[in-house]
Write a protein that binds this ligand. Structure first.
Ligand SMILES: [Zn+2]
Length: 511
């Protein structure tokens, strides 16, 4: 099995400022990237921006800018947010970059040479904001089924992609790769959609000019989705650096919102097949966030502006909340009450308090100095076994991209350690000098457990993991990453290590 791991977010459209939905997908991709890097895989984590199309052209016009001026401005908002959210992307692709324009043109020509692109006339219902044509049956009470707005008849000369020819190959691919789409419910929906038939797809426009010109016929620009999806391979160096391309392709997972599943799981694999390339291994469609029970609107967006949330709650609590609150793949609801509850109960009470009380006890009982544990009882063996079980659960939950399961497994271990402290009652052991070796064994076990927890939470809360490790005098988790085998082995805390007290990791928030 290949040791590479290629994960992507969608490229975000620059006619919109970043909101919680963008932050959600990107944090999720970052957590996967950090987990697999730490596990020793060679990770390539890509995000970027989608900058072509009529909507951008119009938004620029309205703002009195050229489209590229608008793109240059908005792209900085995304890049700054990714820094603020501690996102570790390896590359940032913009569809206006030379490397992408070149790749898209070449890809178009390749399919054309294979005979799967032809020039024809297109007429159907068109939704301008969505830049999508719809058939009569697809309309929802005469409106656009995606956004609910008015549509109008539009006819234009267009290049078509012979998607109809790929219905059976796509069904075969879906059958051979039952994990291609997740969650499972989406996979099933998609299979029935494809069984319903695939029509040829219009892949060029003549009604505006802000896009990549069709090779040999610059009156047409390439349809924005055809252009955008190609970012996943242009960033790998296609078509000039096929060695690098083949090193990382096919992508392990494209993380997307459920609204763009069809583009990623129908259009994209058939484009790739037509160009003689392998489809990605998996497309994972996550759910949507509502805000205090309401659908997100422009005005509600201010409330959940990710910049504001980081300033209010801190980067790690926000990252934790997004992936803990809702099973990945399902819809979720944001409320200040919910995030404050998570911070106070899971982070401050359970994790923060475990570290804080343990450091305090070691400081008081042994001046902060650890020593070798002796005479292990079933309790200590049980903690060690639970730690090993937890790693196995984390690994398989990551394979399923079930972040909430990863986190609940980690929190079972945190609770167990808190309970172990209560059961062993170090404050009682301390009163009897004969019990001091036993007390040291308890302390050593607790700190070894905390060391493992700092590793387990690292992908989700890298900054807090670093702060925990600093108190334990352990190096931060940074490249070159140590391998699972050593760090994940029980008993790596050095005896005689001195623990130093730090500020509380997660201060309680008073609502
Ligand atoms: Zn629409």
């Amino acid at each position: 099995m290949s040791n590479t791991f290629y994960v992507t977010t969608p490229i975000y459209y620059v006619n919109d400022l970043p909101h919680i939905g963008h932050a959600y997908t990107t944090v999720a991709a970052d957590v996967l990237a950090r987990f697999y890097r730490y596990a020793g895989r060679e990770v390539f984590f890509l995000t970027g921006t989608d900058e072509h199309g009529q909507k951008v052209e119009r938004a620029a016009e309205a703002a009195g800018e050229t489209p590229i001026q608008l793109a240059d401005r908005v792209v900085e908002r995304f890049k700054t947010l990714w820094v603020k959210l501690n996102i570790s992307n390896d590359d940032f692709i913009r569809t206006t970059q030379e490397r992408h324009v070149k790749a898209a043109s070449r890809f178009f020509e390749t399919i054309q040479e294979h005979g799967d692109i032809y020039l024809g006339m297109y007429e159907d219902w068109y939704c301008t904001p969505c830049e999508s044509f719809w058939t009569e049956q697809q309309l929802d009470n005469g409106k656009c089924p995606d956004c609910g707005r008015d549509v109008h008849k539009l006819q234009e000369e267009s290049y078509f992609f012979r998607m109809s020819a790929y219905q059976q190959p796509l069904l075969d691919y879906l059958e051979a790769n039952p994990a291609f789409v997740r969650p499972v419910s989406r996979y099933n929906e998609l299979v029935s959609f494809v069984r319903g038939g695939l029509k040829d797809l219009s892949i060029s426009r003549t009604t505006f000019s802000w896009g990549i010109p069709v090779p040999g016929n610059p009156k047409h620009v390439i349809y924005v989705w055809f252009d955008a999806l190609l970012n996943y391979i242009s960033a790998l160096g296609y078509p000039d650096d096929m060695e690098r391309f083949n090193h990382f392709w096919p992508a392990n997972v494209h993380l997307i919102g459920k609204d763009i599943l069809r583009f990623h799981a129908v259009y994209w694999p058939t484009f790739l097949m037509a160009a003689g390339l392998t489809p990605p291994r998996q497309v994972f469609a996550h759910g949507w966030w509502t805000i205090e029970g309401k659908k997100m609107s422009k005005s509600l967006r201010n409330v959940v502006d990710p910049y504001r949330l980081v300033d209010l709650y801190g980067v790690d609590p926000l990252r934790y909340f997004l992936l803990r609150e809702v099973p990945f793949g399902q819809d979720g609801d944001y409320s200040d009450e919910a995030i404050i509850h998570r911070i106070n109960s899971d982070l401050a009470n359970d994790l923060g308090n475990l570290l804080n009380r343990s450091v305090g006890m070691l400081d008081k009982y042994f001046k902060g100095r650890l020593a070798e544990p002796t005479d292990l009882t079933d309790l200590e063996v049980g903690i060690r076994e639970l730690t090993e079980t937890t790693y196995r659960q984390i690994k398989s939950a990551f394979e399923e991209i079930a972040f909430h399961h990863v986190l609940s497994a980690i929190w079972r271990l945190i609770s167990r350690l808190n309970k172990y402290i209560d059961e062993t009652a170090p404050w009682t052991l301390f009163k009897d000098p004969d019990m001091h070796p036993r007390l040291m064994t308890v302390m050593a076990t607790v700190f070894e457990g905390i060391r493992h927890i700092s590793q387990m939470i690292y992908p989700f809360m890298p900054e807090s993991a670093g702060k925990m490790r600093a108190q334990l005098h352990l190096p931060p988790i940074t490249p070159p990453y140590s391998q699972l085998s050593k760090d994940y082995t029980w008993g790596q805390m050095r005896p005689d290590e001195t623990i130093t007290r730090g500020a509380p990791l997660f201060p309680r928030i008073n609502a």
